[in-house]
Design a protein around this ligand. Structure first.
Ligand SMILES: [Zn+2]
Length: 324
């Protein structure tokens, strides 16, 4: 209901404001001599990857602002209007940006290069229940065709190897928008890909011999890390942190915490830690942050943190918690 009202409002605003402003803005851009492509990245990890590749040769903006929880977030009318002038729009896809379809149907920007960073990447499915054979078999039938529904895990960026492919997709789009700087983007991409490979090697080495494999996390954001490095994710909420777990689910997790003598329950920086604290208190466990990097807070950004440094923080946390 709310979303519908908003999209009608957006459409009206965009129609009102684009008709006469297009030409003026284009002229002023040319006159000011700023030829950098205007690039919008939907969420923080897309912004970070684009920044590493485009550096000072792109005019980069992030749609979901710092400190906002990215699931279920909707762009403001102002952003929609500004995106009429964008050259590139980068989004993660796999249903992460529920508002992306609205952008494609609303914008009248026909020069816009749209890049779904997760395109061509081997995706994981999320099942509400781990090891649920019956569901897995049912899902097999739906394997072919589209992959843009809630059943696939959108947190692709948390796997450094899949992140390399996302970065490559972003690099290709920047080259398409700005062929004259092809070598610059290629070189930056190569350098960033090497950093991601090194990150993967550190994860592999550190997590191959930990004592514990279970991570109890606030929402199911860590499926790709669990899959890549042989961990077992036990999420309190599902793929979306706004989904409240049922009482039965909480009882089940409490039992699991006791059974496996799990010492830590993780929480996130952009959602309330309350549920994790209650669960931890219930069984005498502690809490720690495991950051899904869907968004950083302004404080984290001001402190110079980025995708790689937060991934390293997460690794230090995992080493400490799983080594106990
Ligand atoms: Zn998430």
């Amino acid at each position: 209901m709310k979303a519908k009202v908003l999209s009608v409002f957006l459409l009206a605003t965009v129609l009102l404001m684009t008709g006469c402003r297009n030409d003026i803005d284009k002229q002023s851009q040319v006159m000011s001599g700023e030829g950098n492509p205007v690039v919008y990245a939907s969420i923080y990890p897309m912004y970070d990857f684009a920044k590493n590749i485009g550096k000072d040769k792109i005019d980069l903006r992030m749609v979901v602002p710092a400190g906002a929880e990215p699931h279920d977030w909707e762009p403001t009318a102002k952003v929609m209007v500004q995106m009429e002038e964008a050259d590139v729009f980068i989004y993660n896809g796999v249903g992460m940006e529920t508002w992306a379809d609205n952008i494609f149907t609303t914008l009248a920007n026909d020069k816009l290069i749209i890049v779904e960073a997760s395109r061509g990447i081997d995706l994981l499915k999320f099942h509400g229940h781990e090891h649920d054979k019956e569901h897995e078999e049912q899902d097999e039938e739906h394997d072919e065709g589209g992959h843009h529904h809630g059943e696939y895990d959108p947190h692709v960026w948390l796997d450094p190897i899949r992140a390399i492919k996302q970065a490559e997709n972003i690099k290709d789009a920047l080259i398409q928008a700005d062929e004259s700087n092809r070598d610059f983007y290629e070189a930056n991409y190569q350098e960033f890909a090497d950093k991601l490979k090194a990150l993967d090697a550190r994860y592999k080495e550190a997590l191959s011999n930990v004592k514990r494999k279970e991570i109890v996390v606030a929402h199911a954001a860590f499926g790709y890390i669990a899959d890549r490095y042989g961990l077992e994710q036990i999420p309190v909420s599902g793929l979306n942190p706004q989904e409240e777990p049922s009482a039965a689910k909480l009882v089940q997790i409490t039992q699991l915490l006791r059974e496996k003598d799990i010492k830590y329950v993780f929480f996130e920086t952009l959602t309330s830690p309350k549920l994790s604290e209650v669960l931890a208190n219930e069984v005498g466990a502690r809490t720690a942050v495991l950051n899904p990097i869907g968004g950083l807070t302004q404080e984290e950004i001001d402190a110079g943190k980025d995708y790689i440094t937060v991934m390293e923080e997460n690794l230090e946390t995992l080493k400490a918690v799983l080594g106990e």
